[in-house]
Design a protein around this ligand. Structure first.
Ligand code: HEM
Length: 145
């Protein structure tokens, strides 16, 4: 983990914590945006929006609170393994990234900047997507949590 990636994880944690009680609103908007743009994805998810939100918030909050990037990566690899059944490709993860960043920006509001957007994009491109891709392609390993 180099210094730049460490900075990316720190930034992500700051943005995420700053959302505070808007975290759930963000997750709702994220799913709305994803399903509007890519209706085919809807069938993969459980029908209860409340259940979806809880899983995402719990897992993301847990990840954002972790100071060691290697632990974050190990968890993302494990999440990638859990996604194997959905037959996803890099393109699907890039769609996820784009919707995530766009909706995050709109919930953060006026303090959101082009620099912050760039950081998030880099975080996805250097940590989240590669670790998810490893998990998608990889063999089973034990849950690191
Ligand atoms: C970088 C990309 C992605 C990340 C970081 C990510 C992350 C996550 C996380 C953290 C969870 C919750 C796991 C848990 O319950 O503990 C989850 C669940 C799930 N993800 Fe993803 N995901 C990504 C992309 C996708 C894509 C592109 C799809 C399909 C189009 C997808 C489909 C699902 C489904 C169906 C679940 C289960 C939902 C549930 O049971 O509530 N994911 N994902």
């Amino acid at each position: 983990m180099d210094v730049q990636n460490k900075a990316g994880v720190d930034l992500a944690r700051r943005t995420w914590n700053a959302l505070a009680d808007r975290q759930e609103a963000f997750i709702d908007r994220f799913y709305q945006g994803l399903f509007e743009r890519y209706p085919d994805y809807r069938a993969l998810f459980p029908p209860s929006a409340a259940q979806r939100s809880r899983n995402m918030i719990e897992t993301l909050s847990l990840l954002m609170g972790i100071d060691q990037a290697a632990v974050v990566q190990a968890n993302l690899r494990y999440i990638g393994i859990q996604h194997q059944g959905f037959r996803l490709q890099r393109n699907d993860l890039e769609r996820f990234r784009d919707v995530f960043i766009e909706e995050l920006g709109s919930v953060v509001g006026v303090s959101w900047s082009a620099t912050e957007e760039q950081h998030w994009r880099r975080l996805f491109d250097t940590i989240v997507i590669p670790a998810m891709m490893q998990g998608l392609a990889g063999a089973h390993e034990t849950n690191p949590i």
